[in-house]
Design a protein around this ligand. Structure first.
Ligand code: NAD
Ligand code: UD1
Length: 348
């Protein structure tokens, strides 16, 4: 069985962790990334961790010719497609940039995949496609809606994948809907390295703990939750990475037994199924890092919802995968990465 996988966006936060998990599972990988939100240093560190040089191509998913060269040079079983832009606020300010990168880029990738008859895809979708959920936990049949261009770009790609699966039964398309990925590799060598001031909670907390930022603003303490702060389903990035391996293994087993028509478009949540509040995460981080995390309450952030956590049953049933790591381990590994690399991959 051909076990070579193209990993678009493989130099990024989730991509790097997934490359390590894929390598450990016996997959050969080729990473394709334009380094717009990542660095060669991340690739170098993955190479060191796996003990062999990563096959890396610097390129853009919107560049069909460059993709063709890659598909001509390698025979892929499938593609894991992480490449995309992900900052919600920036997407509101620059919607065309987001639709171009995330939607047009994916269309170009799918066209080239089709040309080379590579029809197995795992796509990075997001729990953001569920909008403000009607019921909790959120299962894969929940209604979808989005309020910002980033979320719309993910939802639009999902619609494109659905249409593609209807048009041609030989496509096997698995959008994985991530809940809130946090944490870092236990070595402390790779982790999330946001440009500028972080938008997301965990990197903000860790930068306060390490002394780079003064205090956390908690956006709202009047939500209908246990302590009034937002509740999310935080999932360790190494568990998430393992979820991608499980999705590929599933694709492989289905194609081997010629059951391809049973896949088509198959969305799957990757979450723990447990909700944790902002205040609970702050307390857990403070405990494992033995640092004070000063905070103040601020107004709710536009577009935020009260609570969001997954039904993780479909992943367990189909992929035989479930998240293993605790909130304490997520905080511990984030803290190790942050304290060993206070300036991220940039040594200065
Ligand atoms: P990231 O920014 O760390 O990684 C994305 C990678 O894609 C980067 O290395 C970037 O350089 C690359 N890239 C961007 N545009 C590209 C293009 N046109 N051509 C080639 N490479 C390109 O982000 P991440 O956190 O690792 O997220 C990976 C994927 O998962 C993204 O699609 C993101 O939208 C999605 N996602 C992330 C989260 C999260 O909380 N991190 C949650 C849900 C979904
Ligand atoms: C956000 C995005 C979502 C995206 C996800 C992963 C918004 C509205 N949603 O989700 O589309 O898929 O990131 O990239 O931006 N919080 C604070 N203070 C902070 C930061 C966050 O109190 O400085 C709170 C938020 O109000 C929320 C919780 O922490 O209640 C989690 O926030 P965050 O980490 O940004 O994730 P999401 O809002 O779930």
């Amino acid at each position: 069985m051909n076990k070579k996988i193209l990993v678009t966006g493989g130099a990024g936060y989730i991509g790097t962790h997934t490359c390590i998990a894929l390598h450990a599972a016996g997959y050969d990988i080729v990473v394709y990334d334009n380094l717009s939100n990542s660095s060669r240093e991340a690739i170098n560190r993955v190479s060191t961790l796996i003990g062999q040089s990563i096959d890396f191509i610097e390129g853009d998913i919107r560049d069909a010719e460059s993709l063709r060269q890659v598909f001509s040079a390698h025979q892929f079983f499938g593609v894991i497609h992480f490449a995309g832009l992900k900052a919600v606020g920036e997407s509101v300010a620059q919607p065309l940039k987001y639709y171009d990168n995330n939607v047009s880029g994916t269309i170009t990738l799918l066209e080239v995949m089709s040309e080379y008859d590579v029809k197995n895809l795992v796509f990075s979708s997001s729990a953001t496609v569920y909008g403000d959920p009607e019921r909790l936990p959120i299962d894969e049949n929940s209604p979808r809606s989005c309020t910002n261009p980033y979320g719309q770009s993910k939802l639009t790609v999902e619609h494109i994948l659905e249409d593609l699966a209807v048009s041609d039964a030989s496509w096997n398309l698995i959008p994985l809907r991530y809940f809130n990925p946090v944490g870092a590799h236990p070595s402390g060598q790779i982790g999330e390295d946001p440009n500028d001031i972080p938008n997301n909670l965990m990197p903000y907390i860790s930068q306060v703990a390490v002394g780079k930022l003064e205090k956390l603003s908690i956006f709202g303490n009047d939500y209908p939750t246990t302590d009034g702060t937002g509740v999310r389903d935080f999932i360790h990035v190494t568990d998430l990475a393992q979820g991608h391996v499980a999705a590929l293994n599933y694709l492989e087993s289905q194609t081997r037994t010629a059951k391809t028509d049973s896949i088509g478009f198959l969305p799957i949540n990757l979450g723990t199924g447990k909700g944790t509040s902002v205040l609970e995460l702050v307390a857990a981080f403070s405990k494992v890092s033995e640092q004070d995390i000063p905070y103040q309450f601020a107004d709710r952030r536009a577009g935020d919802i009260a609570s969001c956590y997954a039904s993780a049953d479909k992943a367990k049933d189909l992929l035989k995968w479930q998240a293993e790591l605790s909130i304490a381990e997520m905080c511990q590994d984030t803290w190790r990465w942050q304290s060993m690399n206070p300036n991220g991959y940039n040594a200065t």
